[in-house]
Ligand binder design. Structure first.
Ligand code: ZN
Length: 258
């Protein structure tokens, strides 16, 4: 009974929030990130994106006007990482706050000596635990071009990471995956990156990934979808685990279409 009611409700939501065909095609064509999807993936992504638009509340701030194409651009990129993750991967939060550009967050910390330190951070995105996803529109526009940068996927990766408690670079794994494999492979890759950044050696990730294991997971998730060939070449074992986790293989997808 509940199941039936749930389906009916979902069907009504999908009908009410149906994405215009021309707008959908246009959005996909404009984002290199989404050009290589199969017909089945295209259909599933559209379904998830429609549900995302129906269920999330968008809150533009500081005078930003957020029209339907802009909402769609955010929603479709938020749904790409969860394309093949069945279940309730984005259900524990509801609001998407969008700033026109980077935004400032005051920070403070009391050190071991009891002295209060205050500073502020300039952010392009932020993910609150079970709370809003916060994005800079200027950074959304800079995302999805196959250049390695994607603020929406970055913040979605933090959301997935936080589902099992700590935001620590270890998201809830599927039953056929082992936490010990993940921890070993990611720790080694993180250390390799930190040492490359310290020595100014070329590497394919935004150096921000060296901040912490959580940022490493978020940044390498962006690169996994944006520049998968580079991640596969530089971090092959991490690439394999990300394929298992996201249940997608963007490098193969890209190669099979070009
Ligand atoms: Zn981050």
């Amino acid at each position: 009974m509940f199941r039936h009611w749930h389906r009916l409700r979902e069907k009504r939501l999908l009908e009410r929030h149906r994405i215009d065909e021309a707008l959908w095609r246009h959005t996909l064509r404009d984002l290199p990130l989404l050009r290589d999807l199969s017909a089945a993936e295209d259909e599933r992504l559209r379904h998830l994106t429609t549900l995302f638009l129906a269920r999330k509340r968008f809150e533009p701030v500081l005078g930003l006007q957020l029209d339907q194409p802009m909402r769609l651009l955010i929603a479709v990129q938020a749904c790409l990482p969860i394309l093949n993750l069945d279940g309730e991967w984005d259900r524990d939060w509801r609001t998407v706050i969008v700033y026109p550009g980077e935004f400032i967050r005051p920070r403070s910390e009391v050190d071991a000596a009891g002295v209060m330190h205050e500073w502020s951070e300039v952010l392009s995105g932020e993910s609150w635990d079970r709370g809003p996803l916060v994005l800079s529109w200027a950074d959304v526009e800079a995302s999805g071009h196959g250049e390695g940068y994607n603020v929406v996927i970055h913040e979605m990766a933090h959301k997935l990471d936080a589902l099992n408690g700590e935001t620590d670079g270890l998201p809830p794994l599927h039953p056929d995956m082992r936490v010990s494999d993940w921890t070993r492979v990611f720790r080694a890759a993180f250390e390799k990156l930190v040492s490359a950044v310290e020595r100014d050696q070329p590497q394919p990730l935004d150096p921000y990934a060296a901040e912490s294991p959580a940022e490493f997971f978020a940044v390498i998730s962006e690169a996994f979808f944006e520049t998968p060939g580079l991640v596969k070449a530089f971090y092959p074992p991490v690439y394999s685990l990300l394929v298992e986790f996201y249940r997608q293989d963007p490098a193969t997808r890209l190669a099979s279409r070009t």
